[in-house]
Design a protein around this ligand. Structure first.
Ligand code: 13P
Length: 252
């Protein structure tokens, strides 16, 4: 069954003291340990994963990593492996974020390898993709998104999709304060679900969680999430503020 999710991507923010403060505020608001159909995820920096995992133990808050290398281990200075994340109690990883693609030259081909490694290690992947402003202006946004998905994910076997969460993040909406309109988000999410359905069938497509990311705030979350194909959000700036993040979670 399709699950809803709100995931906070902390990016390169929050030292250990700030992380503890934010987590303690969130725990006050969402203390239940029961499994809910609405998942809440936080994504601290690598160095804070272990303490955050220990703080949210026995709560409904889950922890994800922001990136990962595809190799099992070896001479890759500065990188983190799937085994290290799993060992730290982290079973979810964000891959393909536009900031990784733009500033660290991550390509769809590289991301396909990372996705494979994550799945081989039984991790869930929050896979990010989305078009640039120029792509949208020139009407190429559907083509760009289709390319990103088919290169990185459409070689996977159907069974693997139980561990894939899609996150459509139009690059022009990330950190800009300019959100996609609810209509733009729904249009693209429906297109994405249709692509998955064409490749893997309607049942599988109907079960895939598709998040929207890009300037989501407490004030616009409700109208974005009320669309039938928008199953929650991947939140940047607003996830650093407990009250904003709470408002967004409540909007799902
Ligand atoms: P903002 O919510 O700050 O626009 O960031 C979105 C994002 O990049 C989440 O991964």
């Amino acid at each position: 069954m399709r699950k809803q999710m709100v995931a906070g991507n902390w990016k390169m923010n929050n030292n250990v003291v700030e992380s503890e403060l934010l987590i303690s505020k969130l725990l006050e608001k969402f203390p239940e340990s029961i499994n809910s159909n609405k998942r809440i995820v936080v994504t601290p920096s690598f160095v804070n994963l272990i303490p955050v995992v220990s703080w949210v133990k026995n709560s409904r808050i889950e922890v994800a990593a922001q990136n990962m290398h595809f190799a099992k281990n070896g001479a890759f200075t500065g990188e983190i492996s799937a085994d290290m994340l799993k060992n730290a109690g982290v079973n979810i990883v964000i891959l393909g974020h536009s900031e990784r693609r733009t500033y660290f030259n991550e390509t769809d081909e590289l991301l396909a390898k990372k996705v494979m490694t994550a799945l081989e290690n039984n991790m869930e992947v929050i896979f990010c993709f989305g078009e640039l402003l120029d792509d949208r202006k020139s009407g190429n946004h559907f083509k760009v998104v289709e390319n990103q998905l088919s290169k990185a994910l459409f070689e996977l076997e159907a069974l693997a999709w139980k561990n894939i969460i899609l996150a459509y993040e139009p690059v022009w909406a990330i950190g800009t304060g300019e959100t996609a309109s609810p209509e733009q988000a729904q249009e693209m999410h429906a297109f994405i679900r249709q692509l998955v359905a064409k490749k893997y069938g309607a049942d599988l497509a109907n079960d895939v969680t598709i998040l929207y990311g890009g300037s989501v705030k407490g004030s616009n979350a409700q109208e974005l999430f009320s669309n039938p194909d928008v199953d929650g959000g991947l939140i940047g700036g607003a996830a650093l503020n407990a009250a904003e993040f709470e408002a967004i979670i409540k909007a799902v």
